[in-house]
Design a protein around this ligand. Structure first.
Ligand SMILES: [Cu+2]
Length: 290
């Protein structure tokens, strides 16, 4: 059974690697490493992570080798009379300078990446994400100031009516991802620089989408800013990443990246619906104050 599961997961991973069209990005069983990058920032984070992995592996192997050699070479049996040497200028210079060089090698790409992800480039559009206990609310100030809430769709919720359960089952089908799928999704156009302003209405939350390399705290009374430019059409999942209360695990983020014409169509349709993006939430609206 387990073997079968591993096998199907590996096949699934290959499917993700080689599918060029719509992707769905979320944590998978047996996943190694990060989710596939959908933005330049995430690609750089991945590269930086790989660089650090190489550096730390070399250091660890080197220190381990020194330890093993020392234990063997200078044991009481092989080295009965220990040396009394206490200072060695050249050696001390080396073991000070080498770590400094290593830190500089790490610092250069680190600061580059920090500023790349932190400084919002000229944005094509802005979205405001507000965290509440326990759902996200989105506003599109550039598109009729429309807004909607995104609530988790939890098919195991005992309070969900059978009618709603069947509706969501029909909508998501086999693609349903528990604790990741939401009734309304954040919809954004592909290859567009999106500025995301993040805040919160009650306690600390954090808006995070791993495939975008984005994680920004939502702080009540404060407006934080981040950005992403998704390069592939698909569905990307994230979760609130700041412990925010008992249903912290029930306020996922679902981002649909669509083509620019599809986005225009979506905006038009939703704005036509009395300026309110997304249909009024059924079922899960009752979750708000639980
Ligand atoms: Cu939260």
């Amino acid at each position: 059974m387990q073997v079968k599961k591993v096998f199907s997961t590996i096949l699934g991973l290959f499917g993700v690697l080689f599918s060029s069209n719509a992707v769905a990005s979320y944590a998978r069983d047996w996943q190694m490493g990060f989710q596939e990058a959908a933005t330049a920032v995430m690609r750089d984070i991945n590269d930086f992570h790989n660089l650090l992995l190489i550096i730390i592996t070399l250091i660890t192997v080197f220190v381990l080798a020194l330890l093993v050699y020392t234990m063997w070479r200078f044991s009481a049996k092989r080295n009965p009379t220990p040396s009394k040497t206490t200072h060695h200028t050249a050696l001390e210079m080396i073991w000070t300078v080498v770590p400094v060089v290593i830190l500089v090698v790490i610092a250069v790409p680190s600061f580059k990446l920090l500023y790349f992800s932190d400084v919002v480039p000229k944005a094509d559009m802005t979205i405001k994400a507000t965290g509440y206990q326990w759902y996200w609310s989105y506003e599109y100030p550039d598109h009729g100031n429309a807004s909607f809430d995104a609530n988790v769709v939890d098919l195991r919720d005992p309070e969900m009516s059978d009618e709603d359960r069947n509706m969501w089952k029909a909508k998501f089908g086999d693609d349903y991802k528990r604790l990741l799928d939401t009734d309304n999704s954040l919809v954004v156009p592909v290859n567009t620089t999106v500025r995301v302003q993040v805040t919160a209405g009650d306690v600390l939350h954090s808006w995070a989408v791993p495939a975008f390399g984005v994680k920004t705290d939502g702080v009540p009374g404060r407006l934080n800013e981040t950005w992403f430019k998704a390069e592939k059409i698909g569905t990307y999942y994230g979760q609130c990443s700041e412990l925010c209360g008992s249903r912290h695990g029930f306020m996922p983020i679902r981002v649909e990246v669509v083509s620019k014409p599809d986005f225009e169509k979506w905006v038009k349709k939703q704005v036509a619906d009395s300026g309110n993006l997304g249909s009024p939430t059924v079922a899960t609206l009752t979750n708000h104050n639980r």
